[in-house]
Design a protein around this ligand. Structure first.
Ligand code: TYM
Length: 327
């Protein structure tokens, strides 16, 4: 069965972009493929995060993902730092990647811009991500559009390693949704919705209460020409709303646009559709929060399962690159 792998940072609460761009597709993939999902706590260390906050967010992220519909009977869910091979393989891949290709990563450029002290881990971050993917022989990596370049790097490193040391890794491919691959901030529609940007009114959190979702959508920034038309370049705010309604109702943005004359009517329906889309998640989250022991047990089972594949791949790579097998 085709293997799928993806990951998500526990650096903040999940938002609509995470859900529509990635997690919703993780849920769908678990019914079709051998699916492995990872909460990437080591990646969260690349920016400043309080230790207690990291610990609690890692746990909360597991709850969020389960509430979103991940079924532990159907997929493997684990915490990255619980499987030591991620950092072990990352080193072998750091010795495969070049400074030049890491310098070209747009996410590194964005996240390091304007900082006078940048952690080395922020620079090598995409190599650790490549290790996450390559350890599991993943063929398919469901992500939002902002991860396209990182998955390209994983492909490149896999190919380079295979050429240099013989066939070792499966070469992965990004699976990016046609719609909502880049959900934009409702207040600043030229920027993507993001955990790290402080835009509370522009970011719909996955577990926002209904009235908060309605308020955020009503206040969404659009434009003044008044024509309902799907045109992400010229009308980013309005087009974002059209995409949100399209993806929530299984239509195309152009079809949705054809049904409206006025921005106000569109906003009302977008808000309603999002409240309905997210309602079951909110209800499941409340039920799960009552049983923390079960979630912890599930994560340790996930790590044990993931660890079996991860150590086999690591041993294969270590052997290929010339490390002496311990006696
Ligand atoms: P992260 O934690 O920033 O985001 C998790 C997923 O959400 C998607 N996403 C979006 N999709 C659409 N619109 C948005 N506004 C939006 N914001 C975020 C992201 O594309 C991502 O799929 N480096 C990764 C985590 C990672 C990973 C991996 C992913 C680590 N190892 C291995 C895949 C495979 C990240 O920071 O995602």
């Amino acid at each position: 069965m085709l293997r799928v792998l993806s990951g998500l940072q526990p650096s903040g609460d999940l938002h609509l972009g995470n859900y529509l761009g990635a997690v919703r597709n993780w849920v769908a993939d678990q019914y079709e493929y051998d699916a492995i999902y990872c909460i990437v706590d080591l990646h969260a260390l690349t920016l400043d995060i309080d230790p207690e906050e990291l610990r609690s967010r890692t746990y909360e992220t597991a709850l969020d993902l389960l509430a979103s519909g991940l079924d532990p009977e159907r997929c493997t869910l684990f915490v990255q730092s619980h499987v030591a091979e991620h950092t072990r393989l990352a080193w072998l891949l750091e010795c495969t990647a070049t400074m030049g290709e890491l310098r070209r990563m747009t996410q590194f450029k964005d996240k390091s811009a304007g900082r006078d002290s940048v952690r080395a881990g922020l620079f090598t971050y995409p190599v650790l991500q490549s290790a996450d993917i390559l350890l599991y022989d993943a063929e398919r990596v469901p992500v939002g559009d902002d991860q396209r370049q990182h998955v390209e790097l994983a492909r490149e490193l896999a190919n380079r390693f295979n050429r240099r040391y013989g066939d070792t890794f499966v070469v992965p491919e990004a699976a990016i949704p046609k719609l909502a691959a880049r959900v934009m901030d409702l207040q600043h529609p030229e920027n993507k919705m993001s955990k790290s940007v402080n835009s509370p009114l522009g970011t719909v959190m996955l577990f926002d209460e209904g009235p908060d979702i309605v308020r955020k959508v009503q206040k969404a920034v659009t434009d003044t020409d008044g024509e309902v038309r799907y045109d992400p370049g010229a009308k980013p705010g309005l087009s974002n709303l059209l995409e949100l309604l399209a993806v929530s109702t299984g239509r195309t943005p152009a079809e949705v646009a054809g049904s409206y004359q006025r921005y106000g009517d569109l906003k009302k329906d977008v808000a309603e559709a999002l409240v309905e889309l997210l309602r079951p998640l909110r209800e499941r989250r409340a039920a799960l929060a009552g049983d923390p022991g079960a979630v912890t047990a599930l994560l340790s089972l996930g790590a044990a399962k993931a660890g079996i594949t991860a150590s086999a791949t690591y041993e294969r790579a270590a052997g290929a690159i010339g490390l002496l097998t311990p006696g």
